[in-house]
Design a protein around this ligand. Structure first.
Ligand SMILES: [Zn+2]
Length: 266
């Protein structure tokens, strides 16, 4: 009874909010305006940085590398979407390395990126870091977070469209933190997350190649990630980014296309 009522309420919202995404080319549920997501992301990003040990890029080579790789990827994406400027509307890129043992990296809406020092020993080289950043940034520009949040809002019966995020709706804000917050694992269980993962792998590989990094590095990198996970307790990053044989096979399938974009940096 309750369920039927829920679907009567939810269906019209789904109908209105399903738009074709310019990056992925598929219909995605987007209940939240991108501008609101970006606004909330800036606040959350500042809070996160103020509570973290940010490594200074003027004194540390790793932090400098994160900024260098990040801006190259950002330039590649800007080039890729030239003429489709709205994809990157409101983007103000920032790349920060934080001193934290977790194996993690993420990009919030609007281009707010964090890499954890714990990722670097597994990345091992600049190209692998580019693969990670290409992947994470694709999640952001493809509005994957919006899609996940929207799905969760529908599941939880929150149908409001409008300023539901910035008006301080605590339920919606906790969904935001679940999707974008550090170490979030919620998206992992949603049916779309595998599709999102492949989209991020596919486009991320192209962006890394355009940025001058060898896309072939993706294969050994994900193998290292897989090995680092161990049998019982995977690192946070692995929990939201399942690394399996299918992924490696898919990556190999994207490789020829990505290599067409690849021009090594000097
Ligand atoms: Zn991912």
């Amino acid at each position: 009874m309750k369920k039927t009522f829920f679907w009567i309420l939810a269906l019209p919202i789904v109908f209105i909010a399903c738009t074709t995404n310019a990056v992925t080319g598929r219909k995605q549920l987007s209940l939240l305006p991108e501008s609101q997501l970006q606004e909330t992301a800036v606040t959350e990003y500042r809070t996160f940085l103020s509570q973290s040990k940010v490594v200074s890029s003027s004194t540390n080579k790793d932090a400098e590398m994160v900024q260098r790789v990040g801006s190259r990827i950002a330039n590649a994406i800007t080039k890729y979407y030239q003429g489709k400027a709205d994809v990157l509307n409101g983007y103000k890129w920032e790349f920060n390395l934080v001193d934290n043992k977790e194996v993690n990296a993420w990009c919030m809406p609007g281009g707010k990126v964090v890499v954890y020092t714990g990722l670097l020993p597994i990345a091992q080289n600049e190209a692998a870091l580019a693969i990670v950043l290409g992947h994470e940034i694709t999640h952001a520009v493809a509005n994957h977070g919006n899609e996940r949040m929207s799905q969760m809002m529908v599941t939880q019966g929150i149908g409001a469209v409008g300023d539901v995020l910035t008006s301080g709706n605590s339920k919606v804000n906790s969904i935001f933190n679940g999707v974008f917050g550090p170490g979030s694992q919620i998206g992992y269980t949603l049916p779309n997350s595998r599709k999102q993962e492949y989209e991020a792998d596919h486009l991320g590989l192209i962006f890394a190649a355009m940025a001058g990094y060898n896309p072939r590095e993706a294969i050994p990198f994900w193998q290292r990630m897989s090995a680092a996970g161990g049998a019982n307790k995977p690192p946070e990053f692995l929990a939201t980014h399942p690394s399996d044989e299918n992924r490696i096979a898919r990556l190999q399938g994207y490789m020829n296309e990505a290599l067409k974009y690849y021009k090594p940096v000097k």
